[in-house]
Design a protein around this ligand. Structure first.
Ligand code: NDP
Ligand code: OXD
Length: 314
């Protein structure tokens, strides 16, 4: 019944203390510590080194310590265990706060008014579009995208979404498939991206996508807001689209390389907002408690929740 902690970037001591309190009868071992591989039944993983989970014949569940599981699938020799991801109301709400904040920043031209304040300029002649004039397109209508779409709708934005399967959401138009994506992009003034990183979605925020967004529009041009994963975007294409005027503004929480390299033009571009992959921090106490609850339920014969579909990779 050993729990193996395979998250080299995280504070192992804190996790050990949490799990010892929650599941005192389950030995907690760190990757690299002496271990009987046949005793490992559960793994807590955040970016575990590829191959590190091999040779554990009784491993049943890999708990991702984040909502995204692309870091798990990086391992080409992933053992055949269930993969469970984080679904947490606190994380969901924080993500929607970040999305709503950036939608409003672009709608209300925050950067312009910050500049005016710095320069002590009193100028109120700029047009102020209403949220109801702005069409938001949300890529990914899962746990996070659905909540963000609903909250943007409540603020008055026109909202549509795109997902692998068709959705029925009050007041939110649903698109799916490649043709649905084209149709959504052609309508969209503000693109919010809450997709997982999979072989199908990698690199899709590229030059071709920017060129398909509705040009002009109430914000003067389309805005891109991505908090899904950096691997979804081609940063050179995003910078080029800004230079060509195909994008008017950009907010990014995630990057091709993290930390974002100091020489990235995104840091200082006047139309770009950068945040350090903290749109929605997973609260470790809540995640540990959820994993412990799942382990207890699983051991009483109940099915696991939030299991990842390996074929879809999310
Ligand atoms: P979900 O699995 O609940 O939702 C994923 C959504 O993406 C679903 O609507 C799914 O469609 C859709 N989707 C997946 N692949 C495709 C595709 N090829 N074409 C069209 N739609 C697709 O995930 P969450 O909402 O919980 O999280 C989304 C992502 O957010 C995570 O994977 C993670 O990368 C990121 N994240 C970022 C954080 C941050 O701090 N920046 C924090 C937490 C998560 P369908 O519903 O039809 O299956
Ligand atoms: C993530 C998370 O997947 O923090 O980025 O949960």
């Amino acid at each position: 019944m050993t729990i193996l902690f395979a998250a080299p970037d995280m504070d192992a001591a804190q996790w050990r203390a949490r799990l010892a309190a929650l599941l005192p009868n389950h030995p907690f071992v760190l990757l690299g510590e002496p271990l009987d591989p046949t005793s490992v039944r559960y793994v807590l993983s955040w970016r575990h080194p590829p191959g590190a989970l091999n040779g554990m014949p009784n491993l049943e569940v890999i708990f991702s310590l984040g909502a995204g599981v692309d870091h798990v699938f990086v391992d080409p020799s992933l053992p055949d265990a269930a993969i469970v991801r984080v679904v947490d109301p606190d994380l969901r709400d924080r993500m929607s706060e970040w999305v709503v904040m950036h939608a409003l920043i672009h709608l209300r031209q925050l950067r312009r008014y910050e500049r005016q304040q710095r320069e002590k300029v009193w100028a109120d002649d700029e047009a102020q579009p209403r949220a109801a004039e702005v069409q938001v397109g949300v890529l990914g209508l899962g746990v996070l995208g659905t909540d963000a779409a609903t909250k943007l709708k409540a603020l008055g934005f026109k909202v549509a979404g795109w997902s692998a399967t068709h959705k029925v959401l009050d007041g939110v138009d649903s698109f799916s498939g490649p043709d649905g994506l084209k149709r959504l992009l052609a309508l969209t003034d503000m693109l919010v991206v809450l997709l997982p990183l999979t072989p199908d979605t990698r690199g899709m925020l590229n030059a071709s996508l920017s060129a398909q967004l509705r040009q002009g529009g109430p914000l003067g041009g389309p805005v891109l807001i991505n908090a899904g994963r950096g691997g979804l975007q081609v940063e050179a294409d995003i910078v080029a689209a800004l230079e060509k005027g195909l994008l008017e503004g950009v907010s990014l929480d995630v990057f091709e390389r993290e930390p974002l390299p100091k020489n990235s033009p995104l840091w200082s571009h006047p139309a770009v907002y950068v945040s350090p992959h903290n749109a929605a921090i997973s609260e470790p106490g809540a995640i540990a408690a959820a994993a412990a609850r799942q382990i207890q339920a699983f051991e009483q014969g109940e099915p696991l929740q939030n299991v990842v579909d390996r074929a879809r990779a999310y």
